[in-house]
Design a protein around this ligand. Structure first.
Ligand SMILES: Nc1ncnc2c1ncn2[C@@H]1O[C@H](COP(=O)(O)OP(=O)(O)OP(=O)(O)O)[C@@H](O)[C@H]1O
Length: 404
C-alpha cells in the first residue's frame, strides 16, 4: 500500500557561525607577509575574523511520514539549530534539506512554511485570550477564506483532538502565574494547536515537553504519535530526558553530540551501539539517558583533546588512536554489528513508497500561495490586538498584577 506524506531528509547539513572572541595570535609567532597580498599577514585568518564555530557537522538523516523522529543529545548538541534549519528559519552553511527527494532551495522556504508547523520551545501565546479564541485567530490567519461556521467546526475538532474541549472558554494564562489560566501541559497543547490548524503534513517541535511533569510529557508525545499515525504526518521533535514510556513511542532516534550524529535508528539500535562500545545499558535505565551519560564517559576517557578529537583509550579495545566521537561510535558498532559505513548507519532503511505523482499534495502544488493577503493578515492581527486590549482587566495594570 502506498503511504502518502512528506519524507524530510537532511543531507550533509553543516552550520557554522563566527567564533565569538578569537584568541590572540601567540606572541612568539613571527608574522610573515603573504606573498600575494603583502598587507595581509599569513596566518591572520587562523586567528582573526575567519575563525568559525561548527554548530552542526555533516548531519544526515531521514524523517519518514507516519512516524515520530526524536532528536536527542546533551545540551549544546545542536538540536535546536537543526530544527530551525528543517523549518526553513535559517539556512545551512552547507548541505541541503530535501522533501520527498527534492532539494528545497532558499527561495522555496515559503513552501516549507506551508507544509510544516514549527512549535518553538517557549509558548508565545496571548495569556488573556481563551483557548478557543487563540485557535480561532490562528485559523483565520492560516487558512484560506473559509466560512466562519467552517472555521468554528475546524477549531472544535482540533480542540477535541488536542483534548482541550473542556478548556475552550478558559484563558490561556502564562507560565509565571501572573495571569491564571490552563495548566502547563494544556498550554503546550494550545501551542501545538496554533501550528497545526492549517493541517501541516510535517510538524517540527523544539522540546515540546520541557517544563512538564512526566505524565503531561507522556500525554503530549502520545498526542504527537497519534497525529503521525492517524494523519500520516511526519513528526520531528527534540527532547531532553524522555522517560521509558516516551522512548517507546519514538519510531526512530537521532542521537547527537557536539553537532554530529552518533546514531540514527531505533532506540533499541542505540542500545546495541552502546553495547558494542562496551557500555551495557543497565536494566531499568532508559537508553537515551544512558547514551547521554555515556558521551560524558567517553569524554572522561580522553587522553588528549583537540578540536573535538578524542584519543580512544584501552576501554574501547585495541582500536586506540585519534578519532572523533562519531567515528568511535561508527567503528565500534561496525566491527560488532557486522557492517561498516562512513555515514551514519540507518538500520531502518525500509523504503516507504511515497505516492509522489498521485499525491494529493503534488510536489510544490498550491503551497507557494499565502492563505491571506498582507492586508487581511494585518486586519486579523489588529483585531487580535484589540481583543487582547479589551479583555485586559483593569486589575492587570502594574499596580494590580496579582489580581489577574
Ligand atoms: N546564533 C548563535 N550564536 C552563538 N552561538 C550559537 C548560535 N546558535 C547556536 N549556537 C551555539 O551552538 C551550539 C548548539 O546550540 P543549540 O541551541 O542548537 O543546541 P541544543 O542541542 O538545542 O541545546 P539545548 O538542549 O541546551 O537547547 C551551542 O553551543 C550554542 O551556544
Amino acid at each position: 500500500m502506498k503511504k502518502q506524506g512528506f519524507e524530510i531528509e537532511a543531507s550533509g547539513i553543516t552550520y557554522t557561525i563566527p567564533a565569538k572572541s578569537p584568541p590572540p595570535p601567540p606572541p612568539s609567532a613571527a608574522k610573515k607577509r603573504s606573498p600575494f597580498f603583502p598587507n595581509i599577514f599569513a596566518g591572520d585568518n587562523d586567528h582573526g575574523r575567519g575563525r568559525k564555530k561548527t554548530v552542526l557537522d555533516d548531519v544526515t538523516f531521514t524523517a519518514k511520514p507516519w512516524e515520530v523522529l526524536a532528536i536527542v543529545g546533551p545540551s549544546g548538541a545542536g538540536k535546536s539549530t537543526l530544527l530551525e534549519i528543517l523549518a526553513g528559519k535559517i539556512s545551512p552553511t552547507a548541505g541541503s534539506v530535501l522533501v520527498n527527494g527534492t532539494p528545497v532551495a532558499d527561495e522555496d522556504r515559503r513552501f516549507l512554511n506551508k507544509i510544516s508547523g514549527y512549535v518553538t520551545q517557549r509558548d508565545t501565546l496571548f495569556p488573556l485570550l481563551t483557548v478557543e479564541e487563540t485557535l480561532m485567530f490562528s485559523a483565520k490567519l492560516r487558512l484560506q477564506k473559509i466560512p466562519k461556521s467552517e472555521l468554528g467546526s475546524r477549531v472544535g475538532s482540533l480542540m477535541q483532538e488536542l483534548g482541550l474541549t473542556h478548556a475552550a472558554r478558559t484563558r490561556v494564562g502564562d507560565e509565571s502565574g501572573r495571569v491564571r489560566g490552563i495548566s502547563g501541559g494544556e498550554r503546550r497543547r494550545v501551542s501545538i494547536g496554533v501550528d497545526v490548524i492549517h493541517d501541516p503534513k510535517v510538524l517540527i517541535l523544539d522540546e515540546p515537553t520541557s517544563g512538564l511533569d512526566s505524565s503531561s510529557a507522556l500525554q503530549i508525545v502520545g498526542l504527537l504519535k497519534s497525529m503521525a499515525e492517524t494523519r500520516g504526518r511526519t513528526i520531528v521533535l527534540s527532547i531532553h530526558q524522555p522517560g521509558f514510556r516516551i522512548v517507546k513511542l519514538f519510531n526512530s532516534v537521532l542521537f547527537m553530540a557536539g553537532g554530529s550524529v552518533l546514531h540514527h535508528g531505533s532506540a533499541d539500535g542505540l542500545g546495541s551501539r552502546l553495547k558494542a562500545v562496551g557500555l551495557q545499558v543497565p536494566g531499568r535505565v532508559n537508553v537515551v539517558e544512558f547514551a547521554m551519560e555515556s558521551v560524558e564517559t567517553f569524554r572522561e576517557r580522553v587522553g588528549d583533546c583537540k578540536r573535538g578529537e578524542v584519543v580512544v583509550a584501552a576501554a574501547v579495545g585495541k582500536r586506540s588512536g585519534k578519532c572523533t566521537l562519531q567515528q568511535l561510535f561508527d567503528l565500534q558498532a561496525a566491527s560488532s554489528v557486522g557492517h561498516h559505513s562512513n555515514r551514519i548507519a540507518d538500520e531502518e532503511s525500509a523504503i516507504i513508497n511515497i505516492g509522489l505523482e498521485d499525491s494529493e499534495f503534488g510536489l510544490w502544488g498550491d503551497y507557494h500561495q499565502y492563505p491571506n493577503s498582507w492586508f487581511r493578515e494585518t486586519m486579523i492581527l489588529t483585531h487580535r490586538g484589540s481583543r487582547r486590549t479589551s479583555t485586559e482587566p483593569k486589575s492587570c495594570s502594574p499596580a494590580g498584577q496579582s489580581k489577574c
